[in-house]
Design a protein around this ligand. Structure first.
Ligand code: ZN
Ligand code: ZN
Length: 241
């Protein structure tokens, strides 16, 4: 009964998607109870239909989610740089402590593999956009990433409005953002949330952009709730007041 396929595929509708899922489950339980009903007066309670304001995709994401994804995309170049520097620092440290004569062959570090894959991802999207085969890397890895990011950032809005390409592109931006940007300490901005923690009742809930959960900063509380759960609590409080 809810046509969720036309909703924005971004996080703005996560809370509503969950409400609909819970409602559908409750309805199945209700219908089964109704079919088995035989005790007068104990008539099964019909679940209430969920309330929310649908945000529709245009055609996949709504403008706000497109904007947020483009902002994430534009951070990937700098984040990849920091990611690479950290790997270098780590390697230098390790080599300093190593006994000479060790015959361990230096293999490609996992970080370089990640960045190599990231560069491949950038080149794949460029090829998809231009409808050509993926081109081999030109020049060094760092340069290729910078050029690839700049190229894709300039076209990301168009891809995020494309009916067939938007969803995959958006999900992959999130994946790369989660991998690369967690390594960038300059990016960590903590937002204090308005609602009180539902465990310790403190004004202690925090959220970091890009994170899908809200955490209580009181160490002996440890409450972690999903962002959509938190937003649902906000909704409930608005409704209650
Ligand atoms: Zn959205
Ligand atoms: Zn707490």
């Amino acid at each position: 009964m809810y046509d969720t396929t036309r909703w924005c595929a971004g996080p703005c509708m996560n809370g509503a998607r969950r409400k609909v899922r819970q409602y559908e489950e409750a309805k199945t339980v209700y219908l089964a109870a109704l079919a088995a009903w035989h005790t007068p007066l104990l008539y099964p309670a019909r679940p209430e239909s969920p309330r929310f304001q649908p945000v529709y995709g245009e055609p996949v994401y709504d403008p706000a989610c497109i904007y947020a994804l483009k902002a994430k995309m534009s951070k990937l170049d700098g984040a990849a740089c920091v990611y690479a520097q950290q790997a270098d620092g780590h390697r230098a440290q390790k080599q300093g402590g190593r006994v000479s004569g060790s015959n361990t062959r230096a293999s490609l570090s996992p970080t370089v593999e990640d960045l190599d894959e990231f560069d491949g991802w950038l080149r794949d999207w460029r090829a998809t956009y231009l409808r050509i085969d993926t081109q081999a890397r030109q020049g060094g890895l760092a340069d290729s990433i910078s050029i690839g990011c700049a190229w894709l950032v300039a076209r990301s809005e168009r891809i995020l409005r494309h009916p067939d390409l938007a969803l995959g592109f958006g999900q992959e931006i999130n994946r790369w953002h989660a991998l690369l940007v967690t390594h960038d300490p300059s990016d960590v901005v903590v937002h204090r949330k308005d609602l009180r923690c539902d465990w310790c009742r403190g004004q202690t809930l925090e959220w970091r952009p890009g994170d899908d959960s809200v955490r209580c900063r009181r160490p002996n509380c440890g409450r972690v709730l999903r962002l959509d759960e938190y937003n649902e609590q906000v909704d409930d409080q608005v409704k209650a007041s």
